[in-house]
Write a protein that binds this ligand. Structure first.
Ligand SMILES: [Zn+2]
Length: 235
Protein backbone atom coordinates (compact mmCIF):
# COMPACT_ATOMS: atom_id res chain seq x y z
CA UNK A 1 0.00 0.00 0.00
CA UNK A 2 1.48 3.40 -0.93
CA UNK A 3 2.11 5.54 2.15
CA UNK A 4 -0.10 8.26 0.71
CA UNK A 5 -3.02 5.87 1.08
CA UNK A 6 -2.50 5.77 4.84
CA UNK A 7 -3.17 9.51 4.99
CA UNK A 8 -6.30 9.03 2.89
CA UNK A 9 -7.46 6.29 5.24
CA UNK A 10 -6.73 8.56 8.20
CA UNK A 11 -8.96 11.29 6.78
CA UNK A 12 -11.73 8.76 6.14
CA UNK A 13 -11.40 7.47 9.70
CA UNK A 14 -11.49 10.99 11.21
CA UNK A 15 -14.52 11.88 9.11
CA UNK A 16 -16.32 8.69 10.12
CA UNK A 17 -15.59 9.30 13.80
CA UNK A 18 -16.87 12.86 13.58
CA UNK A 19 -20.00 11.72 11.74
CA UNK A 20 -20.82 9.20 14.47
CA UNK A 21 -19.87 11.47 17.35
CA UNK A 22 -19.42 15.18 16.49
CA UNK A 23 -17.65 15.94 19.79
CA UNK A 24 -15.29 12.93 19.74
CA UNK A 25 -12.06 14.75 18.91
CA UNK A 26 -12.88 17.76 21.07
CA UNK A 27 -13.34 15.37 24.00
CA UNK A 28 -10.14 13.52 23.15
CA UNK A 29 -8.15 16.75 22.96
CA UNK A 30 -9.26 17.87 26.40
CA UNK A 31 -8.04 14.95 28.49
CA UNK A 32 -7.48 11.22 28.78
CA UNK A 33 -8.86 9.30 31.72
CA UNK A 34 -8.09 5.63 31.12
CA UNK A 35 -8.92 3.11 33.82
CA UNK A 36 -6.70 0.42 32.35
CA UNK A 37 -2.99 0.10 31.77
CA UNK A 38 -2.18 -2.62 29.23
CA UNK A 39 1.26 -4.20 29.13
CA UNK A 40 1.23 -6.36 26.03
CA UNK A 41 3.30 -7.76 23.18
CA UNK A 42 4.36 -5.65 20.18
CA UNK A 43 2.81 -8.28 17.89
CA UNK A 44 0.76 -6.43 15.27
CA UNK A 45 -2.22 -8.75 15.80
CA UNK A 46 -2.74 -7.96 19.48
CA UNK A 47 -3.93 -4.37 19.76
CA UNK A 48 -5.25 -3.48 23.19
CA UNK A 49 -8.21 -1.27 22.27
CA UNK A 50 -9.50 -3.63 19.59
CA UNK A 51 -9.21 -6.73 21.78
CA UNK A 52 -11.01 -4.98 24.63
CA UNK A 53 -13.56 -3.35 22.33
CA UNK A 54 -12.72 0.08 23.78
CA UNK A 55 -12.45 3.53 22.22
CA UNK A 56 -9.28 5.66 22.19
CA UNK A 57 -8.85 7.28 25.60
CA UNK A 58 -9.74 4.12 27.53
CA UNK A 59 -6.45 2.25 27.70
CA UNK A 60 -2.94 3.45 28.54
CA UNK A 61 -0.63 1.14 26.63
CA UNK A 62 2.91 -0.18 26.85
CA UNK A 63 3.97 -2.85 24.39
CA UNK A 64 7.22 -4.68 23.86
CA UNK A 65 8.36 -8.03 22.50
CA UNK A 66 6.86 -10.83 24.60
CA UNK A 67 5.31 -8.41 27.16
CA UNK A 68 8.26 -8.49 29.51
CA UNK A 69 8.63 -6.24 32.56
CA UNK A 70 12.32 -5.45 32.99
CA UNK A 71 12.60 -3.59 36.26
CA UNK A 72 15.46 -1.48 34.83
CA UNK A 73 13.46 -0.48 31.74
CA UNK A 74 12.93 3.30 31.96
CA UNK A 75 10.11 3.07 29.46
CA UNK A 76 7.94 0.70 31.44
CA UNK A 77 8.82 2.31 34.79
CA UNK A 78 7.81 5.73 33.45
CA UNK A 79 4.57 4.35 32.04
CA UNK A 80 3.78 2.70 35.37
CA UNK A 81 4.53 5.85 37.35
CA UNK A 82 2.56 8.17 35.08
CA UNK A 83 -0.31 5.72 34.74
CA UNK A 84 -0.64 5.14 38.47
CA UNK A 85 0.30 8.53 39.96
CA UNK A 86 -1.11 10.93 37.36
CA UNK A 87 -3.82 9.09 35.45
CA UNK A 88 -4.98 7.11 38.47
CA UNK A 89 -5.52 3.88 36.54
CA UNK A 90 -7.18 1.10 38.51
CA UNK A 91 -6.21 -2.02 36.59
CA UNK A 92 -2.84 -3.06 35.21
CA UNK A 93 -3.27 -5.89 32.73
CA UNK A 94 -0.24 -7.89 31.66
CA UNK A 95 -1.48 -9.62 28.52
CA UNK A 96 0.47 -12.25 26.64
CA UNK A 97 -0.77 -14.16 23.62
CA UNK A 98 -0.59 -17.69 22.31
CA UNK A 99 1.64 -18.08 19.27
CA UNK A 100 4.03 -15.40 20.57
CA UNK A 101 7.16 -15.28 18.38
CA UNK A 102 9.23 -13.86 21.23
CA UNK A 103 8.32 -16.70 23.57
CA UNK A 104 8.94 -19.26 20.80
CA UNK A 105 12.36 -17.80 20.16
CA UNK A 106 13.22 -17.98 23.88
CA UNK A 107 12.49 -21.72 23.73
CA UNK A 108 14.87 -22.17 20.79
CA UNK A 109 18.65 -22.12 20.62
CA UNK A 110 19.39 -19.04 18.47
CA UNK A 111 21.05 -16.36 20.61
CA UNK A 112 22.43 -14.19 17.82
CA UNK A 113 20.24 -11.07 18.04
CA UNK A 114 19.74 -8.14 20.36
CA UNK A 115 16.26 -9.42 21.15
CA UNK A 116 17.85 -12.40 22.91
CA UNK A 117 19.06 -10.03 25.64
CA UNK A 118 15.50 -8.76 25.97
CA UNK A 119 14.10 -12.30 26.20
CA UNK A 120 16.60 -13.36 28.84
CA UNK A 121 14.10 -13.78 31.75
CA UNK A 122 12.08 -16.30 29.71
CA UNK A 123 15.23 -18.05 28.48
CA UNK A 124 16.53 -18.41 32.04
CA UNK A 125 13.22 -19.78 33.33
CA UNK A 126 13.14 -22.26 30.46
CA UNK A 127 16.65 -23.48 31.14
CA UNK A 128 16.00 -23.81 34.84
CA UNK A 129 12.94 -25.99 34.24
CA UNK A 130 13.89 -27.45 30.91
CA UNK A 131 12.90 -31.03 31.82
CA UNK A 132 9.34 -29.93 32.62
CA UNK A 133 8.88 -27.81 29.51
CA UNK A 134 10.53 -30.33 27.18
CA UNK A 135 8.24 -33.04 28.55
CA UNK A 136 5.45 -31.19 26.69
CA UNK A 137 6.07 -32.81 23.31
CA UNK A 138 3.94 -30.58 21.10
CA UNK A 139 6.05 -27.43 20.50
CA UNK A 140 2.92 -25.28 20.23
CA UNK A 141 1.60 -26.54 23.57
CA UNK A 142 5.04 -26.01 25.13
CA UNK A 143 5.14 -22.41 23.90
CA UNK A 144 1.54 -21.88 25.03
CA UNK A 145 2.43 -23.04 28.51
CA UNK A 146 5.40 -20.67 28.56
CA UNK A 147 3.14 -17.80 27.41
CA UNK A 148 0.98 -18.39 30.50
CA UNK A 149 3.94 -18.76 32.85
CA UNK A 150 5.60 -15.67 31.38
CA UNK A 151 2.50 -13.58 32.10
CA UNK A 152 2.41 -14.87 35.67
CA UNK A 153 6.09 -13.98 36.07
CA UNK A 154 5.59 -10.46 34.71
CA UNK A 155 2.61 -9.84 37.02
CA UNK A 156 4.95 -10.60 39.91
CA UNK A 157 7.50 -8.16 38.52
CA UNK A 158 4.95 -5.37 38.11
CA UNK A 159 3.82 -5.92 41.69
CA UNK A 160 7.41 -5.57 42.90
CA UNK A 161 7.95 -2.09 41.41
CA UNK A 162 8.02 0.86 43.83
CA UNK A 163 5.29 2.67 41.85
CA UNK A 164 2.84 -0.16 42.53
CA UNK A 165 4.02 -0.68 46.10
CA UNK A 166 3.65 3.02 46.89
CA UNK A 167 0.13 3.12 45.42
CA UNK A 168 -0.90 0.20 47.62
CA UNK A 169 0.81 1.75 50.66
CA UNK A 170 -1.28 4.94 50.33
CA UNK A 171 -4.49 2.95 49.89
CA UNK A 172 -5.00 3.57 46.17
CA UNK A 173 -7.25 1.06 44.42
CA UNK A 174 -5.02 -0.84 42.04
CA UNK A 175 -5.33 -4.38 40.71
CA UNK A 176 -2.75 -6.25 38.66
CA UNK A 177 -3.98 -9.00 36.32
CA UNK A 178 -2.44 -11.71 34.15
CA UNK A 179 -4.26 -12.49 30.91
CA UNK A 180 -3.50 -14.38 27.71
CA UNK A 181 -5.08 -13.62 24.33
CA UNK A 182 -5.86 -16.32 21.78
CA UNK A 183 -5.30 -15.02 18.27
CA UNK A 184 -7.07 -18.09 16.89
CA UNK A 185 -10.39 -17.23 18.58
CA UNK A 186 -10.07 -13.58 19.62
CA UNK A 187 -10.71 -14.41 23.27
CA UNK A 188 -8.96 -13.38 26.47
CA UNK A 189 -8.19 -15.85 29.27
CA UNK A 190 -7.54 -14.80 32.86
CA UNK A 191 -4.56 -16.95 33.86
CA UNK A 192 -3.88 -14.92 36.98
CA UNK A 193 -2.73 -14.06 39.43
CA UNK A 194 -4.86 -11.05 40.36
CA UNK A 195 -3.16 -8.89 42.96
CA UNK A 196 -4.80 -6.05 44.86
CA UNK A 197 -2.23 -5.31 47.55
CA UNK A 198 1.13 -6.27 48.99
CA UNK A 199 -0.52 -9.00 51.11
CA UNK A 200 -1.73 -10.71 47.90
CA UNK A 201 1.68 -10.39 46.35
CA UNK A 202 3.59 -11.65 49.36
CA UNK A 203 1.25 -14.65 49.73
CA UNK A 204 1.94 -15.76 46.14
CA UNK A 205 3.79 -18.96 45.41
CA UNK A 206 7.02 -18.50 43.48
CA UNK A 207 7.06 -18.68 39.70
CA UNK A 208 9.19 -21.83 40.03
CA UNK A 209 6.37 -23.47 42.02
CA UNK A 210 3.92 -22.48 39.28
CA UNK A 211 6.09 -24.26 36.72
CA UNK A 212 6.46 -27.33 38.94
CA UNK A 213 2.70 -27.51 39.57
CA UNK A 214 2.36 -27.98 35.83
CA UNK A 215 -1.39 -27.68 35.31
CA UNK A 216 -2.86 -25.02 33.10
CA UNK A 217 -4.19 -22.21 35.31
CA UNK A 218 -7.49 -22.22 33.43
CA UNK A 219 -10.29 -23.99 35.24
CA UNK A 220 -11.97 -26.97 33.60
CA UNK A 221 -15.20 -24.96 33.34
CA UNK A 222 -13.45 -22.12 31.53
CA UNK A 223 -11.72 -24.49 29.11
CA UNK A 224 -15.01 -26.25 28.36
CA UNK A 225 -16.79 -22.96 27.79
CA UNK A 226 -14.06 -21.73 25.46
CA UNK A 227 -14.05 -24.97 23.47
CA UNK A 228 -17.82 -24.81 23.11
CA UNK A 229 -17.56 -21.23 21.90
CA UNK A 230 -14.87 -22.11 19.35
CA UNK A 231 -16.88 -25.05 17.99
CA UNK A 232 -19.93 -22.82 17.70
CA UNK A 233 -17.92 -20.06 16.03
CA UNK A 234 -16.56 -22.55 13.48
CA UNK A 235 -20.08 -23.62 12.39
ZN1 LIG B 1 4.22 -11.83 21.08
Amino acid sequence: MPLRELFDRNVEWAEGKTRDDPHFFRRMAEQQSPRYLWIGCSDSRVTANDVLGLEPGSVFVQRNIANIVHTSDMNILSVLEYGIDTLGIEHIIVCGHYGCGGVERALGSDRSALVDHWLQPIVMLYHKHRAIFDAIKDPRARAARMCEINVQMQVRRVAATPSVENAWARGQTLHVHGWVYGMHDGLLRDVGPTLSGTADRDALSSIDDCVLKGASPLSAVQIQALEAFCEHAAD
